[in-house]
Structures are given as C-alpha cells and as structure tokens.
Design a protein around this ligand. Sequence first.
Ligand code: F6R
Length: 646
Amino acid sequence: MCGIVGYVGSKDALPILIESLKKLEYRGYDSSGVGFLDHKANLVVRKSKGKIRNLEELIRTQPVPFAHTGISHTRWATHGFPSDINSHPHTDSKHHIAVVHNGIIENYQELREELKKKGVKFVSETDSEVIPQLIASVYKGDLAQAVRQTLLRLKGTFALGVISRDNPDCLVAARVGSPLIIGVGDGENFIASDVPAILDYTRRVIYLQDGQMAVLSKTSQELFTFDGKKVKVKIDTVSFSVTAARKEGYAHFMLKEIHEQPLVLEQMINLRLKNGKLTLEGLGISDDSLKNIRKILVVACGTAYHAGMVGKYIIENLVRLPVEVDTSSEYRYRDPLVDRHTLVLAVSQSGETADTLAAAREAHAKGAKVIAICNVVGSSLAREADGILYTYAGPEIGVASTKAYSAQLMMFYLIALKLAQLRKTLPPKRSKELISQLTNMPSLYKEILRNTQHIQKIAEANSHFGCFLFLGRHVNYPSALEGALKLKEISYIPAEGYAAGEMKHGPIALIDEYRAVVCINPQSHVYEKMASNIQEIRARKGNVIAIATQGDVQVKHNADFVVEIPLTDELLSPLTVILPLQLLAYFIALKRGCYVAHPRIFAKPLTVVSGPSMLGPVRYLHPGNFNAIYRLNTHRQSKRHHPARH
Ligand code: F6R
C-alpha cells in the first residue's frame, strides 16, 4: 500500500507534491519519489529509500527544475525490498513515460516476460515497472489511448498517475481496487490517494470509481471507462475542514485524534438522535426487513474487528439476536454459512481494506444484505454495500486507529437500539436511559481527557516493562484486545489481550514481577470475578494497572495504579475504558522513544488484494461493473524556467 499524488497546473509542482505527499505518509514510508517534466519537457526523476525527508535531502543536493506537471509517491513495499531503484516513479526504458502506482499487478511476471522478449530491459524488482514499459510499447502519440490499452492488460489492483514528456500539460490517472481522488482547483488539478493530501489547495473532489480513468489538464477533467466511453463528471465538496487534516499543535495525529473523540461522538449523536428518536439514514433496508433478520454477521479487521466484538455483546444483549463476528481474512476463505436472512455489517474505517471488501463481497454473493460501517466517504466498501452508515469521524491520519474505534462503537449502540426498538426487545424506559447516557458520553469523554496527565504518569512509570497483559471480561474482553493491539502496534512491546476468565487455563503462568497487567474492571455484573483475577495477579507479584469506576475503594487496595473512569451502564463501558487504554499506549510509546507517527510495521489501509465486486450489474462502471473489468482483464489478459532551482 502506498500514497500517490499528481499535479498539473501553472504553479511550481515540487513543493505541492512534497507537502501533499507528507500527508499520505501514513500509507507507507519506506521510500518515496517525484517525477517532473522540466522546461525542455525532459523527464526528471528523484527517488530515495526511507522517509520523505530523505527525498527532500536528495533534492537539496540534486535540485530539480521548475515544472508544472508532476507525480509523487510514498511506498510501502510489496514486490521488491525498499531501495532507491524500487521506489516510484518508474519509467520506461527511454525515460519518456513515468508512472506512480498503488496496488499490486498480479500478472506482472507474465507481462514482464512478454516485454523482455521484445528487448525491454527492466531495472527494478517491482511489479509496477511493467506499467510504464507497457504504455511505452503501445504508445503512438496519444498518451490516454496508450494508458487505456495498458489498463486492459493489467490484472490486480491499481491506482495510477502517469505523465509523459510528449504531453507536458497532461496527467492521466486510473483506478481499480485502490483509492484515488481528483482534486479540482482553479486552473490546476490534482490526483491523490486520499482527500487530506490536497485539502490545502481545494475541497472540490471527484471520487474516481473503479474501472475509470481520468485525463487531466490544468483546466479540464475528462473521465472515461477503460473501453473509452465518456463518463459524466460529478464534483463533490469535501465537508471536513483543512484543520481536520493538520496536527493543530498536537505532537502527533494520534494524540489529536484521541482528543477529537468527544466532538466525533457529539456529532454522531446530533446527526443520528433527533429529539430522542433514532435515525439511521443510509441503512438502505426497510424496517420490515430488519424485523425479519435471523442473524447478524460482523466482518472486519484489527481495531474494527474489536469494535465488532463489542457490537456482538451489545446486540445480543439488547436485541436477543445471534451475532457472529469474524476477521475478514478468515471469513472470506472459509465458505461461510450466510443467506438472505443474515444481515452483514462490514466495518472498516477506510472502506478500502481488501480482506473486508472481499468478505463483504462473499457474503453478498451468498444472498446476504451488506451494510457498511465506514468512515471514509465514497470508499470502495461504502459504494459497494447495500447500505452505508457513515461514522463521519473526519480523516483518521494517525496510523493507530482511535477515533474511528469509538465512532464504530457508538454506531453499534445506535444500531442495537434501533433494532431493539423495531423488534420490541427493550422496555422503553431502558431504551430511553441508554439513549440519555449515550447523549452524555461526550461530556464523560472530556472529563476523562482532563485526567490525561495522570494517565501519562502511570504510562511513564510502567514503560520499562517488557511484556503487558490486558484483561477484561464480558463487554470489556474486546477492550482488552484493543488495548493490547494499541500498545503493541506503536510501542512494539509484546502485549496480549485475554478474557480474564481464561487466565487460569494457562496464561497465568506468565505472571511474575516482570509483567504489567492492565485490568479493565468498571462496575458491572462481572466486577467481583474480575476483582478475583486481580488478586491472583497480585499473589504472583504482577504489576496491576486497573481501570475502574470513580469511587471504587476496593480496587485501590489491590492495584498498583488506578485510572478512574465515570460510572456508566456497564454495557456502555467499552466507550469509556478505551480512552485510558489509548492514552496509556500513546504515552508508553512516547516514553520509550518510539516513532509514534510512523510505527515500523504498519501502514493503513491494507488495499493489497482484490476480487470481483459484490454488486450485480451496472452500478458505477460502464459497461458492467468491477466484475466486468476483472473479467476483461482476466481474458485479455508550461515550461517556465526557474533559475533558482537549476
Ligand atoms: C490498528 C488499526 C488496524 C485497522 C485495520 C482495519 O490501530 O488501525 O488494525 O483497524 O487495519 O482497517 P480499516 O478499519 O480501515 O478496515
């Protein structure tokens, strides 16, 4: 997974491409590069292994000329290890055409062999290099035509930006299965993998659809299907502000997004709860159909999966409807049992996670209705699902997911309450009480965040531990999993989440004075059970950090450290316990000197494999749909001089 940016206009492209690229570094950061057409229409490429600052350093020592058309790329290696050569842009052998690519070309070996037989010499180990080589091999003076011919030969997933020295005022883009948007400016156009990259320049965007290509000049945007049919251009205005994509004084996006959570929840409540009445606009399913569902299946990955696990407890408790939760990567390969009476909730912040898309498609193909719970407006999952419930949490730029999680939890509460109302499984008084507590949640969040310094101190006092356990029961068992995930992904400390009742079946052997154990124990019907687990840990000299309800005196005797959270209905407690867990992970990582902004292993989202669309015929691609493109591909198989930078 990678980030791409392109520019065509009248301004100096370099600073635009670099600054925009930095906003996509969350998508990959093992190498980066830029490609420009200089005033003599020569193709100039600079690329470097490592973070974007290495590329900037390279450009300082090897300046590039003024150019008003260019492309840039930040890479997360899939084919070929991170190196200068494997970085993008890739060019054809004659150095006439340059391409940036996000995704995977599955048939690149076959294409490479075919081109090699024609004498083409490859310099990198990437799948991406076949693209400029293929374009060059069919190029006869019309760049758009050559790109189109090439697209029909590619299998897999891709978002592309293409420039050519023969067409210095033209930027060509295309996508299948990897995100790409077009930013429409005044006398300039952009392409980018994600909206935040271009928000400094424009808020007007075109969401390029799968199977579409765009031909951009500084003043025009033309869209086509891969078989050359013109597509009507629809320009949307992005609703979130420029500041949403800036750190605004916070040290990291993760910290900023943790602090944004009260606002995110408040907005969700204002949108979805009007005068105590629930509105789930976008659901796309009639009340009658909702009443007849026999089972709910949640598919998701990582943090979104943990939100789904909480969702199971909530829905089963409030609606008395069976809920299965599966990691998308398992679900899609296990020939699952779903039918038209199953409602599938596909949860994904990005809406681009390949396994979740594939799982949703699989369920859809088996007759289930698919509702996406998604943050990114216009994402693949959002477009393909039968219904879409947006969380509208704004761009989540921090690599570790925080505000998307609390928003997903909130959405599960709202869905459960809606279903409970429809199916009459909840006394109105209880429903009203839960709604009232949810409405009050933003205030509770602000209260917990006022305690940040205390949590930071606890984090710092425990940051030396080389191993953490996170324990929870019932609805906070998933919270334990999420707490452990947050810690390991940004601090690299081995951390395990467990259902506390499972301790005695083996994991208790791990406890000694070298372990820190985070025990999540707000007031609930399993409080005493969890309190016994804390005693067991103390007896083995484990270091206990408890997350407990304000005023809990008992826990203060048994835990080494206590983070207090306000009292809520126990079913709602995953919403409150998550804040201290996120802050603990953040401050432990910070204290250990970890690079919170760019953790070493993880970039998001994981759009690396693809499959056919879950939809039937014609939705957003002419002719046919993503299926059609998939099949198609399977079968055929201004030149101003700027002296300062010379
Ligand atoms: C962890 C994290 C990941 C994502 C997972 C799914 O902090 O961010 O575990 O939750 O990759 O991503 P989405 O929700 O975009 O499908």
